[in-house]
Each structure stands twice: as C-alpha cells, then as structure tokens.
Design a binder for this molecule. Structure first.
Ligand SMILES: [Mg+2]
Length: 228
C-alpha cells in the first residue's frame, strides 16, 4: 500500500511528536501469535481464558511493579522454571515487536532535525529493552519513555509530563500526541497537548504530520534512508 507523503498538514506549528508504540508504530498481535504464546504457556483451556489471565496482571507488569517471574506466576497460577520463563518472554516479545512499515515510512519522511519525536509506551521492562534495540528507535526517536521505567502508565498525567519534558518543548500546544486509545488521548488533551486518536489509517496520520523535506525518502524494501 502506498501512503501519501505528509504534504498538507492540518496542524501547523508542531515542534514535537509524542508517539505511542503498540497500535501506532507496532502492529497488534494476530490469533496465530496469541495461540503460539498460549502453547508456550501450556495453557490448557480456551484462548479467551488465557487472554483474560494475560491482561489481568498486565497493567502492574507494564508499570514495573512485577518481575517477569511474578507476572507469569500470576498468569499461570504457578511459578514457571527458568527455561519456561525464557520461552514465555521470547514468545511475548514476538507478539509485540512487529511494526507497521507504512507508519514508520511516514515518520522517516517527516523526520527533520527540529522535529523531536519521543516514544511514550506502556511496556514492561523486557519489551522496553527490545524496542530500544530496534533500528527505528535509534533512527527516529529523540527519546523513548516506557511505563516500567517510569513506574507509571498512561493515562497517568505524569507520564505525559515526562514525555513533554523529553521533547524540550515548553508549550504543550505545539506538541502532537498520537495514540490508538481514546482514554490516553483524552488525558493528553487535558494537559493541553494536541492529540490524534490513531485508528489504523496512515493517511490520517500523514495529514497531521508537519511537512517533510521533499528530498528525504526512506526505501521501504530495505529500510535504507536515501537523501537526495
Ligand atoms: Mg497503543
């Protein structure tokens, strides 16, 4: 799919972006990945029950309140061994590490020295480390803030204030916050940030991004940045 370049921004005067990960840059896990994780967990019941157990303790895990072992003990109802825990963590990472190249292409094309991009993600420690190791994190993000490291999750107002500070922009009205959850966007708006509730349409994101330098294009086939 070809995504139009951000040529006619509806928001002007944007000095920085604060971007969610999962559901914006990161793709939601499909049934195959959920099934794989449930198999690794040796979950005996229905996938829906596994997902319920997975989510029940996830906020505390995202907030850095639970170790990997403590989290999976809550999900499974028993403490997994070291080898099982490594397998669970690997399968959990695989669920969340896939990116939407259409969104990353847009961000590469919008990139410029005076537009700071800060990642603000609700993510446990292991996933924070995995995301920090990616090329796009290094190439695009001025900074990356993760809930487990902050000790708090969106929509806690303090999370946005940390991210705003990371942008280096004093006026929240000159910062665009992008997230796929309405409650996260509403909390950001209450602090004066501009918001875009992202619903999976890259063209909508393109319309809100500041105009990119025309000479900078990222080749999506090999992730190489070309500057002409
Ligand atoms: Mg999200």
């Amino acid at each position: 799919m070809t995504v139009p370049a951000p040529t006619t921004p509806t928001d002007t005067g944007i000095d920085a972006l604060i971007l969610d990960y999962n559901g914006v840059k990161g793709r939601q896990p499909d049934t195959l990945l959920w099934t794989r994780l449930a198999e690794v967990a040796e979950w005996p019941g229905h996938l829906n029950a596994f997902q319920d157990a997975f989510w029940a303790a996830r906020d505390a895990y995202d907030a850095g309140e639970l170790s990997d072992l403590a989290y999976w003990a809550k999900v499974l109802g028993y403490h997994p061994g070291a080898r099982a825990l490594r397998a669970l963590r690997a399968a959990d990472t695989a669920m969340w590490i896939r990116t939407d190249d259409r969104v990353l292409d847009l961000l590469y094309r919008a990139r410029r020295p005076d537009l700071r991009m800060v990642l603000l993600s609700n993510a446990p420690h292991f996933l924070s480390d995995a995301l920090d190791a990616t090329d796009w994190r290094r190439d695009l993000m001025t900074d990356a803030l993760y809930s487990a490291r902050l000790g708090l999750c969106k929509p806690d107002p303090a999370a946005y204030l940390h991210a705003l500070e990371a942008t280096g922009v004093d006026d929240p009205g000159r910062v665009l916050f992008v997230d796929d959850r309405t409650d996260n966007c509403e909390a950001a708006a209450r602090l004066g940030l501009r918001t875009l509730h992202y619903t999976g349409d890259p063209a909508a994101l393109a319309r809100h991004l500041p105009q990119a330098p025309a000479a900078t294009v990222r080749c999506s086939t090999d992730s190489q940045l070309l500057t002409g």
